[in-house]
Design a binder for this molecule. Structure first.
Ligand code: ZN
Length: 428
């Protein structure tokens, strides 16, 4: 079977057709439909290489009441993703080759996106002993990204060892940058004037920035690669800018929520807005937008963090950290970055597909829309307006911070190796 995508704007580079056969783009330009072809009329739509999420929490194994690999894959496909990196902080933790292979297999079984496991840096995320990094890298899951996300690799000696180790096979350590000594155990939001007024224990921006600064120096020392997960402060952006100017191998991601939502939302004590790193003041949001536009921050990553009601619907201080993100990320980026003229569609392709695929070492994703390339792609309707409804979700959880927001730009279709997984915004 072949698939003809007719008249899409190819990542903002002008209209063209794409003919796909056996999972590969076989013709581009002006193509007349072969007799056996399924045709997608893409007039007015923008085609992007399939989106890649560097930071997804799928909760399986261990918390299948909040999300499964299947439900998270469905949410990802509807969000325009063709690949997601599944974070290691499941129960049990993905800290062995077998655990990583199991996650990859469950992803294949769901069959909606490529689920690429992230391996833990340390055993059980305890921050002490390195996990089986080499075995995970050599396993069938071919792990290249390692992270204790949810926790910071706080011990500089452990971080140094991890960086040295992953260098051997071109891996990268994705760091949840947060000094646990500066972010106390009770801290639940950004430390500032508002946290004082609300009586909520906060943690300061420097808890993030000091670890980012330390890690870029460790990356320089080891000649290895570090990736800053969910950069959230203007100070982090300053450090990244300096490190890049030195030629240090550091990359960074920002979440959709840190590009829009601010700490003021906490005034109503709604735990939906409790997230780690916390929502920050407007100056940080502005710095993050600028850094994404000028390339200081490489990628948008969702940090999709589903939580069951009984974990999230608590008093603010007791509620779990995290927000959903897979289904809304493209619309948020379209609305805030394209709508303001800070990114064009080629720029969206770069930060949501090309760069994340490169950082994660996923050779089949983030490729140009050209003959001979794998047909992983996303069709976006740039003019569609969507009002987000938390009930309309493929996730098993409902902690959606965008509920009620109206955004411009929506995913129309997703194609994984030539097969539509999503058509007209719904699972195909
Ligand atoms: Zn994190």
């Amino acid at each position: 079977m072949s698939l003809l995508i007719k008249g899409a704007d190819l990542a903002g580079a002008g209209a063209g057709d794409l003919l796909v056969r056996d999972g590969v783009i076989v013709e581009a330009g002006t193509v007349s439909a072969p007799a056996d072809a399924e045709v997608i009329d893409a007039d007015g739509l923008v085609a992007l290489p399939g989106l890649v999420d560097l930071h997804t929490h799928l909760r399986e194994p261990g918390r299948e009441d909040a999300e499964t690999i299947a439900s998270g894959s469905a949410a990802a496909a509807v969000g325009g993703y063709t690949a997601v990196l599944a974070m290691a902080n499941t129960s049990p933790v993905t800290d062995t080759a077998e655990a990583a292979e199991r996650v990859a297999e469950l992803g294949q079984r769901a069959g909606l996106v490529d689920v690429q496991p992230v391996g833990a840096v340390t055993k059980a995320l305890a921050g002490e002993e390195l996990a089986e990094l080499g075995l995970m890298a050599r396993s069938r899951a071919r792990v290249r990204v390692f992270s204790d996300d949810g926790r910071c690799v706080a011990d500089a000696r452990v971080m140094r060892r991890a960086l040295e180790y992953v260098k051997a096979f071109g891996g990268v350590v994705s760091q949840h940058s947060q000094d646990p000594r500066l972010a106390g155990p009770d801290a639940c939001c950004h430390e500032g004037e508002l946290s004082g007024r609300l009586g909520l224990p906060g943690w300061p921006s420097v808890a993030e920035e000091s670890i980012v600064a330390r890690d870029v120096m460790l990356a320089r020392h080891t000649g290895s690669r570090v990736h800053v997960a969910h950069a959230s402060t203007a100070g982090t952006v300053e450090v990244l800018r300096w490190a890049r100017a030195q030629g240090i191998a550091v990359t960074a991601e920002v979440t959709p929520h840190h590009l829009v939502l601010t700490t003021d939302l906490l005034a109503g004590y709604d735990p939906t807005f409790k997230v780690n790193p916390p929502l920050r003041p407007a100056e940080d949001v502005e710095a993050l937008r600028e850094a994404l536009a000028d390339g200081t921050i490489d990628a948008v990553a969702t940090d999709h963090a589903p939580h069951a009601r009984h974990d999230k619907e608590h008093a603010f201080v007791d509620a779990a950290f995290g927000m959903l993100g897979l289904e809304t990320a493209l619309s948020v980026v379209s609305d805030v970055m394209v709508g303001s003229g800070r990114l064009d569609w080629a720029g969206v392709a770069r930060v949501m597909s090309v760069n994340p695929a490169r950082i994660a070492g996923l050779s089949g994703h983030g490729r140009p829309l050209a003959v001979g390339e794998p047909a992983n792609l996303t069709l976006v309707d740039p003019d569609a307006t969507v009002t987000i409804d938390r009930q309309a979700s493929h996730s098993l959880s409902r902690n959606n911070p965008w509920h009620g927001h109206t955004l411009t730009g929506a995913v129309h279709a997703t194609v994984l190796r030539g097969r539509p997984t999503v058509l007209k915004g719904a699972l195909a």
